[in-house]
Unconditional design. Structure first.
Length: 200
């Protein structure tokens, strides 16, 4: 069995939808029943952000671990909602990694870790960076889910801009909007530069 067919949970160590989608993307392409797996992974798209947030509140309100009113609730919500983006951004890269490359590496005596690091990861790096930047720009302006999950004094950018607008603080709203646009443009420029360097 090739590495692409049994990608480990290592990419999930950085818990963003981009990394979380990598193992699911590999499963979606490589094993039987991929249509069912893909359908389950895309279930969050069937629910509005508000419905997803209310469901998370209902689940984690009395959860034994301190998740509610912390940053972890946002992390869980964003992973749940944007997981399909991570899967789609990874599919196109994983499908290009033919199993013969991995078999050749193993035949030369390389172990699982070396094969994964030198064969599987290099072609995936540009798509990882591009997917991370895409999701980062989504997180900055996300509103529909965050408005139900924030705690006073720790509002994400979307709800914060909304509340400032309600208070008629239009100057601050404009400044924050400009900041969001600037951060998004910087992230896009960094991602484009990185992709060009990797492609050389």
């Amino acid at each position: 069995m090739s590495i692409s067919e049994r990608l480990p949970d290592k990419p999930v160590c950085l818990p963003t939808p981009r990394q979380a989608g990598q193992p699911e993307a590999a499963l979606d392409i490589k094993i039987p029943g991929r249509g069912i797996l893909e359908g389950l992974a895309f279930v969050p798209w069937a629910f509005p952000g508000a419905a997803l947030a209310i469901g998370l509140l209902w689940v984690y309100m009395d959860f034994p671990l301190p998740v509610f009113n912390t940053l972890w609730i946002f992390l869980i919500a964003y992973i749940s909602r944007f997981l399909p983006y991570g899967i789609r951004a990874t599919n196109s890269t994983i499908i290009q990694i033919h199993k013969e490359l991995e078999e050749a590496s193993v035949a030369c005596g390389a172990g699982f870790a070396i094969t994964f690091r030198r064969i599987v990861m290099p072609p995936m790096r540009p798509s990882i960076m591009a997917g991370w930047i895409l999701l980062a720009t989504q997180f900055i302006r996300e509103f529909g889910t965050s408005i139900f999950l924030y705690s006073p004094g720790a509002e994400p950018m979307g709800p914060l801009i909304f509340f400032l607008y309600q208070d008629t603080r239009y100057g601050t709203v404009g400044a924050l909007g400009l900041r969001v646009c600037t951060i998004s443009m910087i992230l896009a420029a960094v991602g484009l530069r990185y992709t060009r360097i990797e492609s050389q």
